[in-house]
Design a protein around this ligand. Structure first.
Ligand code: FAD
Length: 358
């Protein structure tokens, strides 16, 4: 039987940033990250990985600002990380101007423009556009693996090991693993991405009201120019991202398909995905309307109020759920991690007072 101070279930971008936060907060703590697959292979691997400096609510704007500074500091410390700053252009309907100007952070420095690149639908009396700063995009799977690498060997990782059960035992929890091993932990973080219905935690998570929605990002096989940046279509909740290192564009848009199972999303892009994407392109970038033909399909967890959920599931703050970031789990992960570590502060303080169990 293994015992650790903290067990984190889920080695995606959220689980790994939480591991980093706990190691920083409690350097003596023993931390174990468990993943049924490889680190950085769930939603994180399929992510478009765009950070933009905005939030629909005050809390999300605060989280976006925090995460933006966090990623900037990571990149400054290690310029080889797969994070690329990119210029930003925001396009909206004229009726949404106030919403746009409230949603973007001050440091985005939104500045109105009166013309768009010729390959986009031209501005009219009904539309508005801004340039801004603060965007970056990442290869989220690779970044997650880089974070994991920086945490080893102080943090242990068990990959290809599913967590099958989770039981309260004494003041902590016992995890039953697919390998037959049992692990006890003083505190547990559940960061399972869209795998909310796993038998080990389904009943505990059902009251949170989280649902899983399909997320689609299509590839447009045309090379972006060196100066091209991301174009955010505010009203469609969509964006065109130049993947400079891959020599193509990515179109991310909002799918309307709910309650999908992450283990069954194996069919790839379907005709309705292409039709939904086409709707966005016809309106905003008509020259590209028929260019989106392939891409990546997966899903993400969405909360009822569209803010990330970081919640203690017991009274002592020894079992914490973190995730449900509504298609923004990359850009908000650092702020989610801070909130999770804060909820675990009693367990963190105990480790700091007593030293590690190992
Ligand atoms: C196509 C697409 C585009 C996206 N674009 C963006 C974007 O541009 N910007 C942005 O911010 N976000 C974007 N997102 C959302 C973002 O990728 C996710 O919110 C984020 O990756 C979630 O991270 P996570 O760590 O919670 O989940 P995951 O990365 O899914 O990690 C959860 C991990 O838990 C593991 N796990 C689950 N169950 C068990 C179990 N029983 N035992 C052990 N391990 C288990 C899984 O194997 C998985 O590795 C996009 C998502 C998709 C799918």
């Amino acid at each position: 039987m293994t015992h650790v101070d903290f067990a984190i279930v889920g080695g995606g971008i959220i689980g790994c940033t939480i591991a980093r936060e706990l190691v920083l907060a409690a350097p003596n703590a023993s931390v174990l990250v468990l993943d049924q697959d490889a680190v950085g292979s769930g939603a994180s691997r399929r992510s478009a990985g765009l950070h933009f400096p905005r939030g629909a609510t005050e809390r999300v704007r605060r989280m976006a600002g925090y995460s933006q500074a966090y990623y900037r500091a990571l990149l400054d410390a290690d310029p080889a990380l797969p994070i690329r700053p990119v210029p930003m252009l925001v396009v909206s309907d004229r009726a949404s101007v106030d919403v746009v100007e409230t949603a973007y952070l001050d440091e985005a420095g939104l500045s109105r423009v009166d013309a768009l690149p010729e390959w986009l639908a031209p501005l009219s009396d009904e539309t508005a556009a801004w340039t801004g700063e603060g965007c970056q995009y990442a290869d989220v799977g690779a970044l997650t693996r880089a974070l994991a690498r920086s945490l080893r060997p102080r943090t242990s990782f068990r990959e290809g090991v599913r967590v099958d059960s989770l039981d309260r035992v004494g003041s902590g929890y016992e995890l039953g693993l697919g390998t037959g091993e049992r692990v006890t932990a003083d505190a547990v973080v559940l960061a399972p991405g869209p795998w909310l219905a796993a038998p080990a935690w389904r009943e505990r998570l059902t009251p949170l009201g989280v649902r899983v929605k399909k997320v689609v990002a299509l590839h447009i096989e045309r090379p972006p120019a060196a100066e091209d940046g991301v174009v955010v279509f505010h009203d469609e909740d969509a964006f065109l991202l130049p993947l400079h290192e891959q020599g193509r564009w990515l179109l991310s848009y909002t799918s309307r398909i709910w309650d999908v199972d992450p283990d069954r999303l194996t069919g790839g892009v379907c005709p309705s995905d292409l039709a939904e994407a086409r709707e966005v392109l016809v309106r905003r970038a008509p020259r590209l309307a028929d260019s989106a033909r392939s891409g990546r399909v997966f899903c993400d967890a969405y909360s009822a109020d569209r803010e990330p959920l970081v919640r203690a599931l017991d009274e002592e703050g020894r079992l914490v759920f973190a995730g449900s970031a509504n298609g923004s789990g990359y850009r908000l992960a650092p702020a989610i991690a801070v909130e999770a570590a804060h909820l675990l502060r009693t367990a963190v303080e105990n480790v700091s007072d007593q030293g590690s169990h190992r």
